[in-house]
Design a protein around this ligand. Structure first.
Ligand code: OGA
Ligand code: NI
Length: 374
């Protein structure tokens, strides 16, 4: 399929891991999707920008903004400041935004469009094989939270979920999904690994420490697209009004999220729910349960939920998580002195994920299976 007249400007960060996937993407988009792709390799963005976007900025509601251009290309002082800022974002919120992230907007749009086609336009028989599986199946299409038989009626959400790393899995239709999802997965994985290194440094560890502890070169990466149909019924607070997704924390290490311009993600901060409003072009990054475990509770997984309203909403998520066979436990450097030094016992990530995905979850109770009881 060609989209005549559609231009794509490709932004390349100087970090080496972005170059290969993006150069490949340029070539590929030109051949496959865009008739007149304009492969502009732009200089890395200047660290000088408006005060609202300056390093160290917070959005209106206080969600911190992390600038990848500074993390990757800043001088030593700028980087140190950005890393402290990132650390505070993880400690105080468990959610932040990233700007200047280098993931092409055209690739984001193409990923969302292909997922939207799958969820909204494909006939059911084309996705039936992915609909009745178990939560650990590499491709799943469903409604509700995880198990539609238990909670589908209350939660207004359709989703597609695919494991894209270490092995790539994807529904066979729509035809362009494979191509696009592969590129999107590679690009977002590079970005998240960069963030994991910075998070590791923010904990006072070597940049590679968390990646090494969790075997991230064989990380489990999943792509998820959520569709929330519009809802305009009564807005009662008695539990009968449907919502998109109940309060939960994500099972992985980090989740990268963008949406179709319709707000609906809510996060809990200091006991209050607030609507997360993204800066244009930014991603939300949400800390997951594995970050809470590996950091020995220094960083908390964010409690969040999805709200629905009068407008159709879509979100696309890329998650990275430890290698399925890795035993995840707090890194010893972050254990406190004495017998009460660790907050979590070790667990094989596959077992954690199975447990998280197969129960009806309430808030952050999934973490209780590994919490050391005192
Ligand atoms: C999720 C999730 C929020 C959203 O899929 O885990 O939290 O806004 N989604 O779609
Ligand atoms: Ni979530």
């Amino acid at each position: 399929m060609a989209w005549p007249g559609l231009d794509a400007a490709i932004l390349v960060h100087s970090a080496p891991q972005y170059r290969a996937p993006l150069t490949f993407l340029c070539k590929h988009l030109r051949a496959q999707a865009f008739a007149s792709v304009r492969c502009t390799i732009m200089a890395p963005p200047s660290p000088h920008r408006s005060p609202a976007q300056a390093n160290g900025a917070c959005s209106e509601d206080g969600i911190r903004v992390v600038d990848m251009a500074v993390l990757v290309n800043g001088d030593a002082d700028q980087r140190a400041q950005a890393i402290r800022h990132l650390g505070r974002a993880c400690q105080e919120w468990g959610i932040f935004m990233v700007i200047n992230h280098g993931v092409p907007e055209a690739l984001q749009a193409a990923t969302m469009d292909a997922c939207k086609e799958l969820l909204l336009s494909l006939p059911t028989e084309d996705k039936a094989e992915y609909m009745d599986g178990s939560p650990m199946d590499p491709v799943r299409v469903g409604t509700g939270f995880v198990n539609s038989a238990v909670d589908g009626a209350r939660y207004w959400r359709d989703y597609v979920k695919m494991f894209v790393h270490p092995d790539f899995h994807c529904p066979s239709k729509p035809a362009n999904l494979r191509e696009v999802a592969k590129e999107y997965a590679a690009c977002t994985r590079g970005l998240m690994l960069e963030l994991v290194a910075a998070i590791s440094e923010s904990l006072g560890l070597d940049g590679g420490r968390i990646a090494q502890a969790l075997n991230l070169e064989s990380c489990l990466q999943t792509l998820v697209a959520n569709h929330y149909p519009p809802y305009s019924g009564p807005d009662d607070d008695d539990g009968s009004t449907p919502i998109g997704l109940p309060a939960h924390s994500d099972y992985g290490l980090l989740t990268l999220l963008f949406q179709n311009g319709v707000d609906g993600l809510q996060v809990q901060h200091d006991g209050q729910w607030l609507l997360a409003k993204p800066l244009p072009g930014s991603f939300f990054v949400i800390a997951g349960d594995q970050l809470e475990i590996v950091s020995n509770g220094r960083y908390k997984a964010a409690l969040h939920r999805a709200w629905i309203g009068g407008e159709r909403r879509m979100s696309v998520l890329a998650l990275i998580a430890p290698c399925l066979d890795t035993v995840v436990e707090p890194v010893p450097e972050l254990a406190r002195e004495g017998p009460e030094g660790v907050e979590f016992r070790g667990i094989r990530f596959r077992d954690y994920m199975e447990s998280h995905q197969s129960s009806r979850l309430v808030g952050k109770t999934a973490l209780d299976i590994v919490r050391v009881q005192r």
